[in-house]
Design a protein around this ligand. Structure first.
Ligand code: ATP
Ligand code: MG
Length: 635
């Protein structure tokens, strides 16, 4: 039967004191570690004889929140303590599901190290180690930042506490450590050293989903121990009684990869005078029962499985080319993702992945025909500073169908390769942009932005920037360039069509032009047109049996003023800017509908699947009933 630790035994995750007092208000010096061991309060022997480390039955992250036995009542608060709301261990798991993508979780832990640059950090190392106890892989993140004192480590392990108040830090929500560690593995240990107010301390904390589940806790309990290391030998810092301290230590030893206190303390040896080491173990498996993160495919990288890999199958050369581009590679290669994660090049800071430093990469540095467009976001009440949007052709343009934006927030990549234009259109091929958008707020997983009106406006602007850039530069690759008509009132837009009897002859396409995809919009100058200005006719191959392609509408080249009572979309009297804005709005609405259509299609598919399953179950049941009936008749 699992032992029920009481709140007084160990430090509770939501019982953090907000006091900045060096002693956290409750920390007192107690007998030395040696005397505790001598007096059998802390038993190294005990720790060494603990049972082999236990793991959860379910090791797949997406299923690890199931089958909780929720108690009908919560444990009463210990006498003398103020009642407070509890955080059930299930929440640790559900909170972590905000990270759909494991690399997004890794980025959070790197952010915490990067935020330590202001406290002297010069390096963060990410590595894979092997846990000797059970020969399993674990992830290690280690930085040489300011580290955490006993109060700081409690903030780190608590939900929603952030020490970051400055406008320059990436961290802001006080949640990243918890969501990211619990997304990567079932258990995480923190070792941190710091010097504050002339006192040097080292602390160890354990956030263990395995411990919480296996011992049936109904509250998130986080065992921690601290030492004063100002003198030669580490002195335990005790909050309550030596007994509490030893309870914490015993839980740490039982549920950690380390069997003795000596092994625990050894973890500080490579930390130096200040810094933090996070070890994540019992890494999650995927639904197929294999580790989600792969360490074997590349010795100096960490990889995620590529579901599209089609192992063994020969891929089209074009597909291979697209997959070797960083816009695809970053999804499966941590090294590729981290190389773009921070916009500005670090001056005195390195990210070392499995022993090899990660070279920073900004795709804008490779742009051909680069341009910077200033964008000044405006909200009803606030005027934000203008930001420069760098836009250009990637070096592989226009061959690769890549058209997107890398959007950063406070130096951190939030939306990698965001496609703002509809997929399938050749218009915009090879046009990529990079910008830092500090005026919009990242979502909690820091992989997307909140859908504010500023965000929607930015999206619309990026669409327009792509379109304008393409319009002005596509001639470089031999695409039809837009003609500026002499008389704007006689300008119209027609879909890209093969030559027809009464329109115009587009110039032949260059051989490398990608001919698949959506329609290319060309503008024609009517003053040069030789045909009748009343209607365009679809090319023969686009006509259906009625003579015209279903969605082909004759274009009236000289729009007449609408008849009285016409409530149609009247463009007469509107400025070009207004028409363009309206066009953009319609374009966005159209995209929304396409998205909705896809969603509805998905729902229909899953309902159909469900229906099939139910039908086959029904059939099976009918057979069973028949068999039973026959059995009964025979009896
Ligand atoms: N590597 C580290 N070095 C020093 N302090 C750290 C480190 N990692 C976490 N902390 C401390 O723990 C606190 C909580 O970290 P956490 O990542 O959960 O939140 P945050 O970084 O403040 O905000 P966000 O949720 O946006 O990431 C931080 O505010 C910081 O004080
Ligand atoms: Mg953080």
């Amino acid at each position: 039967m699992a032992k029920n630790y009481t709140v007084a035994d160990v430090v509770n995750i939501d019982s953090d004191s907000d006091s900045d007092d060096d002693n956290g208000g409750v920390i007192g010096m107690v007998p030395s570690l040696a005397s505790l061991i001598e007096n059998q309060k802390v038993s190294i022997a005990d720790a060494a004889t603990v049972a082999p480390r236990e793991t959860l039955e379910c090791r797949s992250f997406w299923k690890a929140g199931e089958n909780f036995v929720i108690p009908s009542s919560v444990t009463l608060t210990a006498p003398g303590m103020v009642e407070h709301a509890r955080v059930h261990p299930k929440f640790l798991h559900s909170n972590a599901t905000s990270h759909k993508w494991a690399f997004g979780a890794i980025a959070e832990l790197l952010d915490n190290a990067v935020d330590e640059i202001q406290n002297g950090a010069t390096v963060v190392k990410i590595d894979k180690i092997n846990i000797v106890k059970d020969n399993t892989p674990a992830l290690v993140f280690q930085d040489n930042g300011g580290g955490m004192d006993p109060n700081g480590i409690r903030k780190c392990m608590s939900l929603g506490y952030s020490s970051k108040k400055s406008n320059t830090t990436i961290g802001q929500y006080g949640n990243g450590f918890k969501t990211s560690t619990m997304r990567l593995g079932a258990d995480a240990m923190v070792f941190s050293r710091s010097t504050r107010g002339g006192k040097s301390t080292q602390s160890i904390g354990l956030l263990s989903y395995t411990f919480l589940r296996k011992t049936g806790q109904d509250d998130v309990i986080v065992p921690m121990i601290d030492f004063d290391i100002s003198s030669d030998s580490p002195q335990p810092i005790i909050y309550g009684s030596p007994g509490d301290w030893s309870t914490n230590l015993n839980i740490l030893l039982k549920w950690s990869p380390f069997s003795t206190m000596v092994e625990l303390l050894q973890q500080f040896e490579d930390i130096g005078t200040h810094g933090t080491k996070v070890i994540i173990y019992n890494l999650w498996l995927n639904d197929e029962g294999i580790y989600e993160l792969s360490f074997d495919d590349d010795d100096v990288d960490i990889r995620l499985r590529d579901e599209n890999a089609q192992d063994g199958k020969r891929l089209h050369a074009k597909t291979l080319e697209v997959r070797s581009h960083i816009s695809y590679r970053y999804r499966h290669s941590l090294r590729a993702y981290i190389s773009m994660l921070y916009l500005k090049k670090f001056k005195n800071f390195k990210i070392i992945l499995r022993g090899v430093s990660v070279a920073q990469f900004n795709i804008a540095d490779e742009f051909r025909h680069p341009e910077t467009i200033m964008y000044k976001p405006q909200a009803a009440a606030v005027d934000y500073a203008a930001t420069g949007i760098k836009v250009g052709f990637i070096k592989e343009a226009p061959k690769l169908p890549i058209c997107c934006f890398n959007v950063y927030h406070k130096n951190r990549l939030i939306r990698p390769f965001w496609k703002v234009v509809l997929e399938g259109s050749t218009r915009g091929n090879g046009v990529v942009g990079v910008l830092e958008a500090n005026f919009i707020e990242p979502a909690h997983d820091k992989q997307d932005f909140e859908r504010s009106s500023l965000f929607l406006r930015l999206e619309a602007r990026l669409k327009r920037i792509t379109s304008d850039y393409w319009q002005n530069h596509c001639h470089i690759f031999g695409y039809q360039t837009a003609q500026i008509p002499a008389d704007k009132s006689k300008r119209t837009v027609i879909p890209d069509q093969p030559p027809t009897v009464n329109t115009y002859n587009p110039s032949p396409l260059p051989s490398d032009r990608i001919s698949h995809g959506g329609p290319i919009i060309r503008e024609i100058n009517l003053s040069n047109a030789t045909s009748s200005p009343t209607a365009a006719v679809a090319a023969p191959h686009l006509r259906n049996y009625t003579g015209l392609r279903n969605n082909f509408q004759p274009v009236q080249l000289n729009p007449q003023p609408p008849a009285a009572g016409d409530t149609g979309n009247n463009l007469v009297g509107k400025s070009a800017a207004e028409i363009r804005e309206e066009n953009l709005q319609l374009f966005m609405r159209c995209e929304e509908y396409v998205k909705k259509e896809n969603e509805v299609e998905q729902t229909v598919k899953s309902l159909e699947k469900e229906l099939e399953e139910v039908k086959s179950k029904c059939a099976q049941l009918a057979l069973l009933v028949d068999a039973k009936k026959k059995e009964m008749q025979q009896v």
